[in-house]
Design a protein around this ligand. Structure first.
Ligand code: BDR
Ligand code: CA
Length: 320
């Protein structure tokens, strides 16, 4: 039986790729996709989830629910330079030779239920079965914990794309975007007692997809590969400019892949906390992966990745 999953996302370009991978994976039963502000304002995030689902020919679409539009404490900040003003690499502006939008506004409607309530209802209905894969800031997850910590402790696990442990950050020398965008929410999740798996930059920076591979599959004409090429064009250009590589990191798809095949990664138990106050270190995931002397572990942190097996999985399911 497929594992029951809710994907919580701030859809963004690599979030869209994570949705494609999740929906194309028979091991996962995607109960719902919930949106949260992060890479892009919440309205864009919700539209991007639905546009991405329209690229798939999936007969049954998951419930899509709107979550939090602001972080718990911190001011809003987006990542338009990486994901485009629309959050999806500007594909919403793309027109064909007749001027028709290639990726029109979606027809599927959002659920009337708020994402936080939907997460709590699912946790209640399926105790010890539901995995939450969180690939955006942890605001929805923290709000659900604040509302009903007991019900949330019935989750099987939360897999979090976030943090930077033995590598540098991507919004500051020490902080990764998802944790930095709402560090107070992240600390609430760390203190929740729910089993946590962190999929940090340490491994997602190894999850590199080459632009040539994207182009090759898109040349074969599949709708999915063409969408991947269209929405990653600016994202790849960002990586080229800033990291000197011709391709992009599959941060969020890797978190989904860990839900599909946990043997893709090596995990170590660790006590993880988040800096919520520091001027220079705000949003840092604070942990010592080498030593157990700083407290009982509250998470497992991914430290190594079978890169080839992951890229093969992504190619087979999303691009082919
Ligand atoms: C994370 O931040 C976002 O920009 C990406 O979607 C990913 O979730 C990487 O730091
Ligand atoms: Ca994301």
């Amino acid at each position: 039986m497929p594992g029951r999953v809710i994907l919580d996302t701030d859809t963004g370009v690599d979030d869209a790729l994570a949705i494609l991978l999740a929906m194309r994976s028979p091991e996962l039963g995607i109960d719902a996709i919930t949106g949260v502000c992060g890479n892009t304002p919440l309205d864009h995030c919700m539209r991007n989830i639905l546009i991405t689902l329209d690229v798939l020919d999936a007969g049954q679409k998951p419930v899509v629910a709107r979550g939090e539009a602001r972080p718990l404490v911190r001011e809003l900040s987006f990542a338009g330079d990486i994901h485009g003003d629309d959050g999806l690499g500007e594909v919403t502006r793309l027109v064909d030779s007749e001027g028709t939008r290639v990726y029109p506004d979606p027809v599927q409607l959002e659920s009337p239920i708020h994402a936080v309530d939907l997460i709590l209802e699912s946790a209640d209905r399926h105790p010890d079965e539901l995995t939450l894969v969180a690939v955006g800031p942890l605001t929805n997850v923290a709000r659900a914990i604040m509302k009903d910590p007991e019900r949330m402790r019935g989750l099987r696990e939360i897999i979090i794309m976030g943090g930077a442990f033995e590598t540098g950050g991507n919004v500051s020398p020490v902080a990764e975007f998802n944790i930095h965008a709402d560090p107070h929410a992240a600390q609430i999740v760390c203190d929740s007692g729910i089993p946590l798996v962190f999929v940090p930059l340490d491994v997602t920076r190894q999850a590199f997809l080459d632009a040539g591979t994207i182009g090759r599959y898109a040349g074969e004409g599949s709708a999915r590969a063409t969408f991947v090429r269209d929405c990653t064009a600016r994202y790849v250009a960002f990586h080229r400019r800033n990291r000197g590589v011709n391709g992009c990191f599959l941060h969020d798809p890797l978190a989904v892949a860990v839900a599909i095949r946990e043997d893709l990664v090596t995990k170590v138990p660790a006590r993880v906390d988040v800096e919520t106050a520091g001027d220079l270190t705000s949003g840092m995931t604070v942990s010592d992966l080498r030593s157990a002397r700083w407290g009982e572990p509250n998470a497992r942190v991914c430290t190594a990745l079978d890169v080839q097996a992951f890229i093969r999985l992504f190619e087979e399911r999303v691009l082919a």
